[in-house]
Design a protein around this ligand. Structure first.
Ligand code: SF4
Length: 416
């Protein structure tokens, strides 16, 4: 029997906080997955997006010392490093030689490096490789630059943009609930400040991502609250752009036709051996690649917005949090349900990421049938989640990424 939540989704009505909690606590996990998959197909057909990208982390020396973090090192720690601008450029050059089109550049909060150093890095990359996208510095770093340089968020972002910054990554959001933040990252900026940095970036026309680190000490309610706060900010940003009109990407009643395509041409079963989860997939020929439903992105460049929501699974190895707090390992079902609920609530954010670095390759493939549509990228030399115990490779070839996507019965679509 149809539930009120399914009726709301069918009519384009927004899900509430209580709906989100019910999807976690009352609904069968496969049913939530089917609903999210229907929304995903409505938006993207069988496309799954990826990018050829590389990560560069100029330093890991950090004064913030978040218990959740395995990447950072205190000043004087033998694990600590600082790359020179020349060394950063060398890494970027190598990445460009490997056809990378986007650099994901994030660091820690170094105790003494001035804002000018971070600007110099962006300028050097941009001057050497002007067509390269530079997605750089989390909201935590932007707020720290403003603090150390005595500038406003607006001024910091303007300077970085004039140096060549293209977009902001979504890191540092963790879980917005302040009680949880006190446990996992007590010295980090508050949720309000994180949101304010992205609000200012959007107003300036900078596109950003948003993330949520889950699977540690948070509750389902706190996950839902986090997702809804992101939806609210996206509303604000899109309204600004549309002259006061809100917008969501899905308005058609996808449920009217039921969950499965009427005439699937080809069926396949996708399995995650580690979790025992398998899923029968339907192949819908109507929605492949260029025939996928077109998505109305915010159109003006005068205002930015969240392009992608990145659900990040917590890995606790080598973290103070896991040494001092018992944390039950999160189940694959819980991970997939969280991705699916995100897709269902965030109807105003275009992409939901299946971040293979923290999910593992097999579960990331399965997630493409639980609401996710973006497989991230080649992620050459990821360090932050690997230091915390992620045992995925530290980078994948483009061919391998494409094989994973086609193995999940989706069509790989390369983003530039
Ligand atoms: S999460 Fe970021 S701010 Fe916190 S300790 Fe790690 S690098 Fe520093």
């Amino acid at each position: 029997m149809s539930d009120i939540i399914e009726s709301k989704l069918a009519s384009g009505e927004r899900l509430t906080f209580c709906d989100g909690v019910r999807l976690f606590r009352e609904f069968d996990f496969q049913r939530v997955g089917m609903m999210a998959d229907a929304v995903r197909r409505e938006l993207h057909g069988v496309n799954a997006y990826y990018i050829v990208n590389a990560h560069v982390n100029p330093t890991n020396i950090c004064k913030i010392c978040c218990p959740l973090c395995a990447f950072a090192a205190a000043e004087g720690d033998v694990r600590g490093y600082v790359l020179s601008v020349g060394e950063v450029l060398e890494r970027v050059k190598l990445a460009v030689e490997n056809n990378v089109t986007q650099i994901h550049l994030v660091s820690s909060i170094h105790p003494t490096k001035p804002f000018a150093w971070y600007c110099e890095i962006i300028s050097a990359i941009h001057e050497a490789f002007p067509s390269l996208q530079i997605k750089a510095y989390t909201a935590v770093e932007i707020a720290a630059f403003a603090d150390s340089a005595g500038k406003s968020i607006d001024e910091v972002l303007s300077e970085l943009r004039s140096c060549g910054l293209s977009a902001l990554p979504g890191g540092g959001a963790e879980i917005f609930d302040e009680g949880v933040r006190k446990k996992i990252a007590p010295n980090k900026i508050s949720a309000d400040v994180w949101l304010e940095v992205h609000r200012v970036a959007h107003k300036m026309g900078i596109v950003t991502n948003a993330s949520m680190l889950f699977g540690h000490v948070e509750t389902y309610e706190q996950r839902v609250e986090h997702i809804i706060r992101l939806r609210d900010l996206q509303d604000e940003s899109i309204k600004l752009q549309n002259g006061g009109e809100s917008q969501q990407f899905i308005s058609k009643p996808v449920w009217a036709a039921g969950f499965a395509p009427e005439q699937p041409l080809r069926d396949a079963t996708l399995a995650c051996p580690a979790s025992g989860i398998s899923k029968q997939l339907e192949y819908n020929p109507v929605a492949q690649d260029q025939n996928a439903p077109s998505i109305q992105s915010p159109t003006q460049s005068s205002t930015g917005y969240f392009d992608c929501f990145v659900p990040l699974v917590y890995h606790g190895q080598n973290t103070q949090l896991s040494r001092t707090t018992h944390i039950e390992p999160i189940s694959p079902q819980d991970i997939l349900r969280t991705i699916a609920v995100s897709r269902l609530i965030l109807r105003n954010i275009k992409h939901i990421k299946s971040y293979w670095v923290t999910l593992g390759e097999s579960l990331a493939q399965v997630a493409l049938s639980y609401g996710a549509d973006d497989f991230d990228g080649t992620v050459f030399e990821e360090k932050i989640h690997h230091e915390a115990g992620s045992n995925t490779p530290s980078g994948l070839t483009e061919q391998h990424l494409q094989n994973l996507i086609t193995g999940a019965n989706k069509i790989p679509v390369k983003k530039n």
